[in-house]
Design a protein around this ligand. Structure first.
Ligand SMILES: [Zn+2]
Length: 255
């Protein structure tokens, strides 16, 4: 390991920082596990659901985005948000990893490093195994990224979905689940700073490099492109955080 920053990865305490998107995601997943929401069901209207869960609508929306990003929910414009049918890829709850992060003071550098290792492996497998349909879905997310350069939250959702598509194309559901667990935590952190992102166009471009390598069936190039993208993403995240806003959940020990 090299150049590990002194940034502590801090668990958000709901009583001190308000409810996070991840907690909404946990609650909705719980409803699915208990059968209160079934595959194919439409979620109640946003206003009603926010009241049921006792959260603000923006928080609810962020929770729904994070579940959409990991393939549990799907929003259809004009029709509502639905629980996906059972063929969706399985996803591990990130709660235990969050708990470990808190107990052992995992750094965001370690989180990125873990994500990088998983996603490089995933990208390499996707280059060998992706179907035409999966590649078309990746291309669509990239088009959506370019269309939302002025809407960082939207961009971030398509970004996450792109990674989800690549993971699905890897054909390895274990790697996919592990990647989701790590990525959901990073997504929650990034959501707080993404409005300050300055490099979305460059980011879209890097996703296109990953896509092209997968389309060209070049595993080595896909791994390299994914590594470059995530190294850049980590730098972007650090520079967004360094603009010193107190609500950020990361605490720099080095100052
Ligand atoms: Zn990305």
């Amino acid at each position: 390991m090299t150049d590990r920053s002194k940034t502590r990865f801090t668990v958000v305490d709901p009583e001190r920082h308000g409810t996070t998107a991840e907690e909404i995601a946990v609650q909705l997943r719980g409803m699915i596990h208990r059968g209160e929401l079934r595959p194919g069901d439409r979620l109640p209207p946003e206003r009603d659901l926010a009241k049921m869960l006792g959260v603000s609508r923006p928080t609810l929306r962020a929770g729904i985005s994070s579940l959409a990003a990991v393939g549990v929910l799907r929003s259809r414009p004009g029709a509502g948000t639905f629980v996906v049918e059972a063929e969706g890829s399985p996803s591990l709850d990130s709660g235990p990893l969050r708990m470990m992060a808190s107990l052992h003071g995992f750094t965001s550098a370690e989180m990125f490093e873990a994500r990088k290792s998983l996603e490089m492996a995933i990208a390499g497998l996707a280059a060998e195994r992706a179907t035409g349909e999966q590649m078309a879905a990746m291309a669509e997310e990239i088009t959506e990224m370019y269309a939302s350069l002025d809407e960082p939250e939207q961009f971030l959702m398509h970004d996450m979905r792109f990674h989800q598509m690549v993971a699905a194309a890897s054909g390895n559901r274990i790697l996919t689940s592990l990647m989701n667990m790590v990525a959901t935590i990073l997504f929650d952190v990034r959501r707080k700073t993404v409005d300050r992102a300055k490099d979305l166009k460059e980011s879209a471009e890097m996703h296109r490099h990953v896509y092209r390598a997968i389309r060209d069936r070049d595993p080595a190039a896909a791994r390299d492109a994914m590594r470059d993208h995530l190294v850049r993403a980590q730098k972007a995240q650090e520079s967004e955080e360094s603009e010193d806003h107190p609500q950020i959940t990361q605490i720099s020990e080095a100052g």
